[in-house]
Design a protein around this ligand. Structure first.
Ligand code: K4B
Ligand code: ZN
Length: 261
């Protein structure tokens, strides 16, 4: 899909509102999470992550990130509980990252930026027939956000970072079977949750965000492998894929709930 939007000086997040007016809507993502203003919500039940049956299909460079896709089957990996009233099935996960380790995440915490942010994208299969339909509905998607910071090598992520050289160019896809993303979640599943949007066009306000407080550690050399990916196709001028993050958007009166006190 040749997008007419990107992350450059002339097609980046500050221009997206021209093609997608919702960019200036009332529940846009990401946001800066001000921890002193989050509200502990004792009614939030524990998040239930059922990733046992994990049939990953492939890893692909879609020109704005690198994504691992999952089969759309009944017994696929699902999440429920927490702020969710229905079961949401995992469709794909992808990452956002910076030119250097000091920035790259989309959400920020008291202004702190992380090297990268992993998004596990799920859709409400109780209420909608397809991902595309759910992606346009106010309670259609639930995305888990995991912060990545530079530190120890992440064993679980090695299978992903070692596959990146197979999808260097935009439009490339490679097999990636049986990858279970449970290993990418932090030990502590304390989270913040708030109503938001897709952070890329079409920016639909259809996401219940669940952002884990605890980052996972990945090695600097693993982060560097993301930065050798390209936004561009094989024949085009080489444009390294980096800084593919949208900056924090206005909260517009929304409340961020904490799953813990
Ligand atoms: N960064 S993020 O987690 O917020 C995120 C970004 C993109 C997607 C995603 O898979 N798509 C966005 C919608 N698009 C398909 C589509 C649907 C309706 C209309 C047009 C196009 C694919 C999901 C989550
Ligand atoms: Zn994302």
């Amino acid at each position: 899909t040749s997008n007419c939007w990107g992350y450059g000086e002339d097609d980046g997040p500050f221009f997206w509102h021209k093609g997608y007016p919702i960019a200036q809507g009332n529940r846009q993502s990401p946001i800066n999470i001000v921890t002193s203003e989050t509200v502990y919500d004792s009614s939030l039940s524990p998040l239930i992550v059922s990733y046992e049956h994990c049939t990953s299909i492939s890893i692909s460079n879609n020109g704005c990130s690198v994504a691992v896709e999952y089969a759309d089957t009944e017994q696929g990996p699902v999440i429920e509980g927490g702020p969710l009233s229905d079961a949401y099935r995992l469709k794909q996960f992808h990452f956002h990252w910076g030119h250097k380790d000091y920035h790259g995440s989309e959400h920020t915490v008291d202004g702190k930026t992380y090297a990268s942010e992993l998004h596990l994208v799920h859709w409400n299969t109780s209420k909608y027939q397809t991902f595309r339909e759910a992606a346009a509905a106010s309670d259609g998607l639930a995305v888990l956000g995991v912060f990545l910071e530079a530190g120890e090598e992440h064993q679980g992520l090695l299978k992903i970072t070692d596959a990146l050289n197979m999808v260097k160019f935009k439009g490339r896809t490679a097999d990636l079977k049986e990858f279970n993303p449970k290993c990418l979640l932090p030990k502590n599943l304390k989270y913040w949750t708030y109503p938001g949007s897709l952070t890329t066009p079409p920016l639909h306000e259809s996401v219940i965000w669940i952002v884990f407080e605890e980052p996972i550690e990945v090695a600097k050399k693993q982060m560097e492998k993301f930065r050798m990916l390209l936004f561009s196709q094989e024949e085009e001028d080489e444009k390294f894929m980096e800084n593919n993050f949208r900056p924090p958007q206005p909260l517009k009166g929304r409340q961020v709930c904490a799953s813990y006190n």
